[in-house]
Design a protein around this ligand. Structure first.
Ligand SMILES: Cc1cc2nc3c(=O)[nH]c(=O)nc-3n(C[C@H](O)[C@H](O)[C@H](O)COP(=O)(O)OP(=O)(O)OC[C@H]3O[C@@H](n4cnc5c(N)ncnc54)[C@H](O)[C@@H]3O)c2cc1C
Length: 470
């Protein structure tokens, strides 16, 4: 067998599973078709960590509750930004009050702690900047925010340091059941393995007869395509400090989330396609004195309300798939990974590694350090004295480290995700070219070969004039 376990897909779920399994004496590989892991998590490095009170699905609620608890410890261990800021859900009509009461009672029945049904004066005390009349609020004090790229990258770095083989730029084409295991065929190789964990099961899965089928990712998924996002500048003065949701009807809500490195993300969910003016109007029902000059960026995304199924019906044959999309997959990832790991380790009867290193290699983040600490680092390496991203205060030393680390960045987006360079107000206008230069030097590749994110996303197409021609 080439591998004991093959994990298909290097998203947050694949990386979390790889980390948990790397604690055992197993030969593991993760196969990811893109240039980098965690390519698809979120456009701002902030995700909500739910507590299990908002979902109507009891299984998802249980996994969220466990994920919420596990994430705090993991983030502390891996030095990943995590803040328990609490969430507030507000309504201003009688129907809304009934719904909030139902949510509260359901949370109590589920045993979720830190959930309170509160009156308007308590709402305004918790969130004085809220711009709406409130009849009732539901406060969940354990809801948090986390940096999802950092989390996925931390999981993967530790798994890599503990022997997991990350096969990037390799696309899984087929999975075949063979005697005592599986054969996984990619665009580059054929591998045999005892166990397959398929986290790309929305795209490729094995049917009842053991034949691989491509699946329509919309199949059976309650997915609304109309989630619009407005990213607000950090200098917007009336920023809300908690995650605040105002519900208008069963299909429409607006949610404001503080972003970990500054600013706020406003999400507007509606079944109709909303214009920028519509979105600003919805947002203004929650936020004071908001106008277009506060906007830093705009996005539109799908809103996935589907539940996730961890299908282990074929576990006796060594096949587990994670099916479905969900708006809280970052929260669910640690719980799903632990669950899968327990099943596989007992099925394969494997032992914990004696030399497992449960630690991420250290790094410097200048924006979190004081002047004395920064000066100490610059004394050791002069490249830390050259600032590349002025908006987010990222030095050349940090960028070089992000490339040379285990599973280092190989694309401009990879550097941005790992360091925060280019995610500031100028959107990379000042630093993009410098990042390309550093990548080209460190990877010993031509300037023109450096890609933004994926194959064929080269940024610089050629020289305007070759010097040798002059
Ligand atoms: C707008 C938005 C906001 C969100 N906000 C939150 C939030 O606040 N809180 C929260 O908990 N969650 C949130 N989520 C959910 C979460 O970010 C994603 O759902 C999650 O990252 C998905 O992880 P995954 O590992 O399942 O899938 P993916 O990240 O899609 O990973 C699958 C990986 O498999 C690779 N792949 C696909 N096909 C193949 C193949 N044939 N061969 C090899 N590799 C392949 C892909 O390139 C990908 O990297 C949000 C999602 C979105 C879109």
């Amino acid at each position: 067998m080439d591998y004991d376990v093959l994990v298909l897909g290097g998203g947050i779920i694949g990386c979390a599973v790889a980390y948990e399994l790397s604690k055992y004496n197993l030969n593991i590989a993760v196969i990811e078709k893109e240039f980098d892991i965690a390519d698809d998590i979120s456009f701002v490095n902030t995700s909500i960590v739910y507590d299990g009170s908002e979902t109507s699905n009891n299984v998802m609620a249980g996994l969220e509750y466990i994920g919420n608890i596990l994430l705090e410890d993991l983030c502390e261990k891996f030095n990943v930004p995590f803040r328990r800021i609490g969430s507030l859900r507000v309504v201003n009509d009688d129907n809304g009050v009934v719904k909030l009461k139902e949510m509260y009672e359901r949370a109590i029945r589920r045993g979720i702690d830190g959930v309170y049904l509160i009156d308007p004066d308590e709402v305004y005390e918790i969130e004085p900047n809220i711009n709406t009349e409130v009849k009732k609020g539901l406060y969940s004090q354990n809801v948090a925010i986390v940096a999802p790229y950092d989390l996925a990258i931390a999981y993967a770095e530790v798994a890599f340091d503990n022997g997991v083989n990350f096969r990037l730029e390799e696309e899984v084409l087929t999975i075949q059941n063979v005697t005592k295991g599986f054969r996984v065929v990619t665009n580059k190789n054929k591998f045999s393995c005892k166990v397959v964990i398929n986290t790309i099961a929305n795209e490729i899965y094995i049917n009842e007869k053991g034949v691989v089928e491509e699946k329509d990712s919309e199949d059976g998924i309650n997915s609304f395509k109309n989630m619009s996002y407005i990213l607000l500048d950090d200098n917007y003065e009336n920023k809300l400090q908690r995650i605040v949701t105002k519900t208008f009807d069963k299909d429409t809500f607006v949610v404001s989330t503080p972003v970990l490195n500054g600013g706020s993300l406003i999400g507007i969910k509606s079944i109709e396609k909303t214009s920028l003016d519509d979105n600003l109007q919805y947002a203004s029902k929650l936020l004071k004195e908001l106008d277009k000059s506060n906007i830093n960026n705009l996005f539109r995304e799908s809103y996935d309300k589907d539940s996730i199924v961890v299908d282990d019906q074929k576990i006796d044959k060594g096949y587990i798939s994670v099916i479905g999309t969900h708006y809280g997959k970052v929260t669910l990832a640690p719980a799903i990974a632990k669950m899968l790991c327990d099943t596989i380790s007992s099925n394969l009867n494997c032992r914990l590694k004696k030399n497992f290193i449960d630690k991420r290699r250290e790094f410097y983040r200048f924006r979190e350090m004081d002047r004395n600490e920064i000066n100490e680092v610059i004394k050791l390496d002069k490249r830390y004295g050259k600032i590349v991203c002025m908006c987010n205060n990222v030095s050349e030393g940090e960028i070089v480290d992000s490339i040379r680390r285990p599973l280092g960045a190989r694309t401009v987006k990879g550097v941005k995700r790992r360091t925060g360079a280019g995610f500031g107000n100028c959107h990379g206008a000042y630093c993009n070219e410098k990042i390309i230069q550093i990548l080209s030097r460190e990877l010993d590749r031509k300037f023109t070969d450096i890609v933004d994110d994926s194959k064929n996303s080269n940024i610089i197409s050629g020289r305007i004039k070759e010097f040798k021609d002059i």
